[in-house]
Design a protein around this ligand. Sequence first.
Ligand code: 5BU
Length: 274
Amino acid sequence: PAYSLTYAQRAERHSNPAAKALLETIERKKSNLCVSVDVAKRADFLRVIDTVGPYVCLIKTHVDIIEDFEPALIERLNELSIKHDFLIFEDRKFADIGNTVALQYSSGVHKIAQWSHITNAHPVPGPSIIVGLSSVGLPLGRGLLLLAEMSTKGSLATGSYTEEAVRMARAHRDFVIGFIAQRRMDGVGASDVSSDEEDFLVLTPGVGLDSRGDSMGQQYRTPDEVVFESGCDVIIVGRGIYGKGNDVDTQTVQAQAERYRKEGWVAYEKRIAR
Ligand code: 5BU
């Protein structure tokens, strides 16, 4: 099964350009760390990214958080992505009808499809959300993750909802490259496809080494629990690395990023050696 292959071996099995590039970047940088940069000021956003850039395969954004957004910010982000060799994932969590999400993805102030290699969607509207997003993203070589599970206490994305999300992904394997989930989805929602053939990427938020959660329902697990025990592919870390994100102390953020990169990589090496 995919979880015992190396990232490099898996890169060869993927034809979606975003999935392939992500796996190749992980292997090249020996990093399965994605940093989620949830800060409100343009300057803090760029400073955190420039600091953690060398240690990550992927930068996750919530571009709608940035209060002084301007289109030139995307140019800066693209420059950093080339300078530090990482991909970009706008965590937009689309959740509307196909026609609306196609417009939200391509248009508006942010024009997400123009710059974000990967984005994600809630499966709640059914398969039409994938049809809508892929009409914009597939010609641009983008990839989509479906939210099969969430990290929060009391999440409703469980059981048959999660299974249906996996079935939706299987029916659109050209554009859906994987899931946001807390564990591997192999064998979830029984199918004819053997889990040898199927290789969805699993990106996992809710990762922290020094805390088990926050006061608003977030729950943290360690990189070892996520990558070794649960077989996930990428750890997504936000506040564990940059705290509140303002008055960023570059050396501390850098040290935290390297700490999480190393923990994630050791857990992966342990997994493929098993
Ligand atoms: P944190 O600072 O590491 O708690 O940030 C986690 C990020 O991951 C944040 O941007 C959330 O929007 C995102 N997230 C999450 O925490 N849990 C989920 O289930 C999903 C996304 Br989906």
